[in-house]
Write a protein that binds this ligand. Structure first.
Ligand code: SF4
Ligand code: SF4
Length: 67
């Protein structure tokens, strides 16, 4: 099963990962991180198709995807 690790403390809520994810399993959370942003979270990892777009395009390098 794919694992998507998002470093909540460095996410700046730009939503790029959300826009690029082809299966729309990323969303903005309700929590606030140390920087004052609402970090992205994964809703259903089992639906990830391992395209790595979120990891590649996150400008903060906050996402790591593993098989
Ligand atoms: S690897 Fe692709 S499918 Fe999986 S969460 Fe990232 S953008 Fe979505
Ligand atoms: S692309 Fe990176 S910084 Fe932007 S919302 Fe997603 S995890 Fe946060």
């Amino acid at each position: 099963m794919p694992k998507i690790y998002i470093n909540r403390n460095i996410c700046k809520e730009c939503r790029i990962c959300i826009e690029f994810c082809p299966v729309k399993i990323l969303r903005i959370s309700d929590e606030t991180n140390k920087l004052g942003y609402h970090p992205a979270v994964v809703t259903d990892e089992s639906r990830c198709i391992l395209c790595y777009l979120c990891e590649r395009y996150c400008p903060e390098f906050a996402i790591v995807v593993k098989k």
